[in-house]
Write a protein that binds this ligand. Structure first.
Ligand SMILES: Cc1cc2nc3c(=O)[nH]c(=O)nc-3n(C[C@H](O)[C@H](O)[C@H](O)COP(=O)(O)O)c2cc1C
Length: 192
């Protein structure tokens, strides 16, 4: 069974991130034969990178790194749900990515982003550069929520439209397609 992890890229109190993360999680759960998990970086609670050697050497000395490595290692694909902070990605997400290297390799990634007019697009562009360096396969597909605060109901809940549900379904189909193919290819690589 394919394992898709949804990385929640904000750890702020009162973060909006929970809503799009939960939404894309529910959309992914509609797909058969998929194990979908929310990965809350607030709960994972990694300190600022404190490993003495770079992750490319894969010599982890801290329990939290070993735990984090296991979580990402078992994934076959990712959705990064990201805010945009000062035209970039959040420190908590960058830190979590930087902890590891091999664990990201040859796995597809797509994005849900949100913010003001640009809807987090600049943060996603940064993530695309980082994905390349980590040898992830960066899907074209992404979902953008511009000025999300204009679309909150009285209860503070974002009103996702049918069109957004459809976009999510299309994006997730792509993610599953590549996750399947790349899992097979990773198996061949490991057997060499
Ligand atoms: C430190 C900081 C910097 C921000 N910079 C941007 C920005 O560059 N572009 C943008 O669209 N929104 C920006 N915002 C507004 C965020 O889009 C908004 O606060 C959003 O809710 C943040 O995501 P979160 O609630 O999940 O943490 C910024 C917010 C914070 C806290």
């Amino acid at each position: 069974m394919l394992n898709i992890k949804i990385l929640m890229g904000s750890s702020r109190p009162g973060r909006f991130n929970i809503q799009p993360s939960q939404w894309i999680y529910e959309q992914a759960k509609k797909i058969e034969d998929l194990k979908v998990e929310l990965v809350d970086l607030k709960e994972i609670n990694l300190p600022f990178l404190d490993e003495p050697v770079p992750p490319s050497l894969r010599k982890y000395s801290k329990d939290h790194t070993i735990r984090w490595s296991k979580i990402i290692d078992e994934a076959d694909g990712f959705v990064f749900v990201t805010p945009e902070y000062n035209h970039g990605i959040s420190a908590v997400l960058k830190n979590a990515i930087d902890y590891l290297w091999y664990e990201w390799h040859y796995k597809p990634v797509c994005y849900v982003s949100y913010g003001s007019y640009a809807a987090g697009a600049r943060a996603v562009e940064q993530l695309r550069e980082i994905a390349g360096e980590c040898k992830m396969y960066d899907l074209r597909d992404q979902i953008l929520l511009p000025n999300y605060w204009e679309n909150l109901g009285e209860n503070g809940q974002y009103k996702f439209s049918d069109q957004q549900d459809k976009l999510a379904s299309e994006m997730l189909k792509q993610l599953v397609f590549w996750a399947k193919g790349m899992k097979e290819l990773r198996g061949k690589l490991n057997n060499q």
